[in-house]
Design a protein around this ligand. Structure first.
Ligand SMILES: [Zn+2]
Length: 85
């Protein structure tokens, strides 16, 4: 199955080897039974549809990590040691 999509991470075009950046349109060919997609850039596979939605800027992953840090008590190592006694 062939679908036009925008890539989320840096990938190489399987046709010309061009390094594609986030949000570049690619023609993704999926083969039954294989998870990996074959990617072709717009120059190899023809012009991408103009109405292809843009992914936009990458989400900030530091915020969830800070929330996780707050959830772990600062003395968790002491608590862990204490529990083993
Ligand atoms: Zn290409």
């Amino acid at each position: 199955m062939k679908t036009w999509e925008r890539i989320a991470y840096r990938e190489m075009c399987g046709g010309c080897g061009k390094l594609l950046q986030r949000d570049d349109p690619v023609l993704a060919t999926t083969i039954n039974g294989l998870r990996r997609k074959l990617l072709r850039c717009a120059e190899c596979a023809g012009p991408a549809p103009p109405d292809l939605p843009v992914l936009g800027p990458r989400q900030n992953f530091t915020k969830p990590m800070q929330a996780l840090k707050r959830a772990i008590p600062k003395d968790y190592t002491n608590r862990m040691l204490g529990e083993r006694e």
